[in-house]
Design a protein around this ligand. Sequence first.
Ligand SMILES: [Zn+2]
Ligand SMILES: [Zn+2]
Length: 342
Amino acid sequence: MKAIRLTKVGKPLEMQEIPLPSLGEKDVLVEVKAAGICHSDVHYRAGNSPVGPLPQTLGHEIAGIVKKAGSRVKHLQVGSRVCLHYQLSCGDCSYCRRGMEQFCSTGMMLGKYCDGGFAEYIAVPARNALVLPEEIPFAQGAIMMCSSATSFHALQKARLKPSERVAVFGAGGLGMSAIQLARTLGAFEVYAVDINEEKLQLAGKYGAIPINSSRSDPVAQIYHRTDARGVDVAVELIGLPETMSQAVRSLATFGRAVLVGITDKPFPVNSYFELLGKEAEIIGCADHLFCELAPLIELVRRGRLDLSQVVTGMIPLEAGVVNKAMDAMEKFGSGIRTVISL
Ligand SMILES: [Zn+2]
Ligand SMILES: [Zn+2]
């Protein structure tokens, strides 16, 4: 089968012809119909986050059709439409048993530590394959499993309550989900902070109040619009020290800033004015939980989370085109989410 693989960190991905993956009795073989390209993939290619062993097929946002099911697979049949949970966890270690399976001691991530979805087929444990309802197109099913799931988890970590005010820093793939989910979970006002006017317009369509941070200080704009109160929840999805600091500084009393964007650079916090004095919190957020996926899929099926405008590009499974899409993401291009469609 064809697979687009990272053979060397810092080099473009390459198309390779590799054998079909073998199948255990509790696994399913999935014919990939859609695989989203994520900012994490760009980081893996560039060598900013660990990945391997190489060569490795990238891609962790995957939806497709079950082609073969192991003898002990019960809940799926050949022909089932599925989307894949990218965290492979053991289910038995102390983390898994306490519902923290994203920290599983033998956990693996598809497209990072084992072969992912930039390929014609992928084999996964059947428990990682969730039924994708007919109403949800494959491309949306794919991106839902990363960007939407992470945004959903971030809002759970934020303990968002109805009637609260939320600021979402970064109106990209994650941001569009975070905005809609915050509103669905009862936020009265959602501010979208970005420098890209096109993204802010789409954020506005999804019900956010756009704040262009290239024009003036977004923290001042948030304070101005909230009668100097600030927001109860700030979600940082960009991964820049500057926007992390802005997220913290935009908090109201008892506010919670959830940091999702990845950077290895520190950012300054004035602990007295920005945290202690407000009893504000800074919360880290990594991945999402398996138990969050079923309600998320249902929200998309019911149209409470609309991803139809989020997939802005569909490309074929070709190394050159995929590398080009990743180059554009590296420069924070205007497209929101590109999906490899098969
Ligand atoms: Zn992703
Ligand atoms: Zn485990």
